[in-house]
Write a protein that binds this ligand. Structure first.
Ligand code: ADP
Length: 540
């Protein structure tokens, strides 16, 4: 007979994180870029105190357990206070992606039944446009002090954050409840159909945040200063705002300034050691650093994910700038990271380019996560690095069904990701494509990600995207779209010859088009559906 464990049953709650930080690392600094420009500084103790004030203020507005509070906001200290006040008091923190189309924003705010909306002044025009379509929202709270409030005459229920929390006490008893309670809600970007909501439990967030601190994951300790560029409005900023208080790392929040020069300056002046973001952010940063012949004086690691980090960029960070790249994979439905790649002891003696190739894969599953790749019939494929099929995931921070859906999202207990992947013998998973982006040519699959990665190794290429285009004979053929690096003149022929040396003959794109920019969506990914709309007919 199984024996019962005789430990206390203390729930894993988000409020426990900020109180831990206030008690153990009370004087550790949070630096936050205000929406109107200057840097603001305070400590974890002050952050906890103001979170409690906000919890009291929300209660005074008549909100209670289970109420949904929306946010349309940058990475800043007030957004961080909301993360803790809302979830900690048993409400649901619904982070909204401001880059969604306004009708999608209205849809998710109404679907989530948000009763309060916290927003940054930047988004005042957006709020003005959507407010009348969101009847359940009774308070629109601008994350600002009185001096920097935007003009929003006529908006009913408008509050200034600082004035709202000012009269309330710093004391608040965080309630204890089941750790499986919903803490935060985030919707997928809805590239097909309506966005769907993933409701994260306290348990999922706390476990993921603890995992993120581990040496083989993002690897955060009290010695670090962490700059999450990945937005707090999408997938919990990969749980970094929950992870740094656990270990007492210094936190730097970049506010609205996410361009290469601003990020570089913040990294240098604040002595940032670890950062995290999508590859497009690092491309812009690298362009700035190279152009001005700069160096990183404190940065030692960056965590990357959201889309594939090109091998050429990994090599540049590691070899030219001594910045380690941790490449991970996750999705809205997995709370934050589910995999992470790093150089293990057995890889350490490999030539550098082979190490970079390993890092270009999306890494090993984290403890708590299981992965498998299945064929069209659902049969598990071998872990040989070549057999590719749909990636299935399960684990302690993987969603089981979408918010307000009665139906399980799982197949035999696994979440189908819609990603096409391989897993090799050492457990490294590699995303070959998203199922909707994979190119089917003559019944065989061509990986758009592999082609893009290869094109990006050409010194004249700044950005690359490959889409499958309808073809009368082959069903689909790859079309390569290129943004040239400034002052370079790489030609169609150069690129095709470059690719022909590096990929299978039938993978070489049928055509190359040069464009000034590529459309980038709300989560920093190239919008291939837009490209398919524009160029889908070029071979017909
Ligand atoms: P959406 O892109 O629709 O907003 P998410 O933000 O949830 O959805 O992104 C999840 C998807 O992003 C994954 O299913 C995968 O296709 C892609 N993705 C995430 N990380 C990586 C990575 N490191 N390499 C390649 N693709 C990635």
């Amino acid at each position: 007979m199984l024996q019962p464990g005789l430990m206390m049953d203390r729930p894993l709650l988000v409020s426990g994180i900020i109180e831990h930080a206030a008690g153990q690392f009370g004087d550790v600094e949070i630096v936050s870029r205000e929406t109107h420009g200057p840097l603001f500084r305070y400590t974890y103790a002050q952050c906890a105190a103001r979170s409690r004030k906000l919890a009291n203020a929300l209660q005074a507005l008549g909100l209670g357990p289970g109420s949904a509070i929306g946010s349309i906001a940058w990475n800043n200290h007030r957004h961080m206070e909301a993360y803790y006040a809302v979830s900690g008091s048993g409400m649901v923190m619904h982070t909204c992606n401001p880059r969604l189309a306004p009708d999608q924003l209205i849809y998710i705010i109404n679907h989530a039944e948000d009763e309060v909306m916290l927003f940054d002044a930047t988004f005042a025009p957006l709020v003005k446009g959507i407010a009348t379509h969101c009847p359940k929202v009774k308070a629109w709270v601008c994350l600002s002090d009185a001096a920097n409030m935007p003009a929003l005459e006529g908006l009913t229920g408008l509050h200034c954050y600082e004035d709202l929390i000012a009269p309330h006490p710093e004391h608040y008893d965080w309630p204890d409840f089941d750790e499986r309670t919903g803490a935060a809600l985030c919707y997928t970007s809805g590239t097909t159909g309506h966005p769907k909501g993933a409701m994260y439990s306290h348990r999922a967030i706390v476990l993921n945040a603890m995992s993120g601190c581990m040496p083989g994951v993002i690897g955060i300790s009290a010695l670090d200063t962490v700059l999450p560029v990945v937005p707090m409005f999408h997938i919990n900023a990969w749980c970094i705002p929950y992870a740094t208080p656990i270990v007492g790392a210094r936190l730097v929040l970049p506010g609205p300034r996410l361009d290469g020069p601003s990020l570089y300056e913040l990294m240098e002046t604040e002595r940032v050691t670890i950062s995290a973001g999508v590859p497009t952010i690092w491309m812009a940063l690298m362009q700035h650093v190279e152009q001005h012949k700069l160096k990183f004086s404190s940065m030692r690691r960056t965590a990357v994910g959201g889309s594939a980090m090109p091998q050429a960029l990994i090599a540049k960070f590691r070899d030219d700038y001594a910045v380690e790249v941790r490449h991970g994979w996750g999705m809205t439905e997995t709370t934050a990271a589910a995999t992470m790649g790093f150089i293990t002891p057995k890889d350490q003696n490999l030539p550098r380019d082979q190490q970079h190739a390993l890092l270009a894969k999306q890494g090993m599953s984290l403890f708590g996560i299981d992965l498998k790749v299945v064929d069209d019939n659902g049969a598990t494929l071998p872990r040989d690095g070549v057999s590719q099929g749909e990636l299935m995931v399960r684990g302690q921070w993987v969603m089981s069904r979408y918010y307000k859906s009665e139906q399980s999202a799982l197949i035999d207990g696994w979440f189908p990701t819609g990603d096409i992947a391989t897993i090799d013998a050492s457990g490294r998973m590699q995303i070959r494509d998203r199922s909707k982006d994979v190119i089917k040519s003559g019944g065989e699959w061509i990986s758009s990600i592999d082609l893009e990665n290869t094109a990006l190794q050409h010194p004249g290429v700044a950005m690359a995207a490959v889409i499958g285009v309808r073809h009368p004979k082959w069903e689909e053929r790859p079309l390569l779209l290129i943004v040239r690096k400034p002052d370079t003149s790489v030609s169609r022929e150069d690129l095709l010859a470059f690719l022909a040396e590096r990929v299978a003959k039938w993978w070489v794109p049928d055509e190359v088009l040069f464009v000034d920019t590529l459309p980038v969506g709300g989560t920093g990914k190239v919008q291939k559906n837009e490209l398919r709309k524009l160029y889908g007919g070029v071979f017909s």
